[in-house]
Ligand binder design. Sequence first.
Ligand SMILES: *Cc1c(COP(=O)(O)O)cnc(C)c1O
Length: 362
Amino acid sequence: MERYTIPLVPGPTSVPEPVRMAYRQDYASSDLEEEFFQLYAECQDLLRRILATENDVTIHTGEGMLALWGALKSVLRPGDRVLAVANGVFGYGIGEMARQIGAQVEVVGFDYDQVPDPDRVRQEARRFQPRLVTAVHCETPSGTLASLAELGAIAAEVGALFYVDFVASAGGVEVRVDDWQIDLGLLGSQKVLSLPPDLAMVTVSPRAWEVIEQVGYVGYDALAPWRTGPQRRYLPYTHNWAALAALGISARMLLEEGLDRVFQRHAQVAAYTRRRLREMGVDLFPAEEAIASPTVTAARVPPGWTWPELDAALRARGMGVGGSYGPLAGKVFRIGHMGSQARMELVQRGMDVLEEVLGSRP
Ligand SMILES: *Cc1c(COP(=O)(O)O)cnc(C)c1O
């Protein structure tokens, strides 16, 4: 299908021209060429800078979900205790995934329009003594952004690894892997980085590597082979060279713009989007703007509209937005202003179109 003229879907985001260029070339076999391994190492360094970490970074073929599954399977054995901190589709979903792997899971659950309360998490963590605490930075389906520093300190206090899904925030919002004591940080290529859904990335702390070695999980999504594979010039499969080339371009673009400016650009378009929605009389989700993510804005489908009607009316004008999932399906729609889509001019056009569409019905 053709691209939207106003692409505001919260991932995959539209791929900017310089990144697209990387896909227009032919590449040799990744595991035979020194040049590929140098590119891999360079991408690791760029990601370390974006994520404020000195930890190892692994880069896999796949997309965000591969990072989520691969990291869970690599550190969990059946019966291991997992405390899943959940305030949305991904947080609850990660708890369910851990359960499916055979872990003993307790969920510290919060409403979808809330962020986790550290006091409750601390209480549960002290009582349950988990081996792993999982959390989500930006809950894309509900547009919230959690605070992670305290959760990281809680995980460290009880001796658990801290597993964080920052797929929809990293690069557009400050993420401080080392300061927040994140042992496994999960990233996909199709959100802020504005690549197709081709790569999964994981920051791995030394403590997490120890556990990974003890667990010894093998599989396509296993982290273990990436600990020394790239240095030994031996990969578990032929990598997606084009995607790594694209990642290098995208990451360099973010760093050259300057992370502070990138974060400011995201915060500004998000604040603008929320203001325009409020002016149109559309209810924001969450209502509390302090916990709204700078990468995605969620709002309630206005009275008098169903989500399919609203979606169709926007599509007819070339505008793509997202619906939602789980308990918010049909009730919430989302404007994805992350990465290449965090541009004021784009979001302005989108809000003008939305205003026109909503105004077409009394
Ligand atoms: C997009 C996303 C993922 C990856 O999910 P896909 O549905 O495969 O794109 C994981 N976590 C979060 C929070 C995301 O927004």
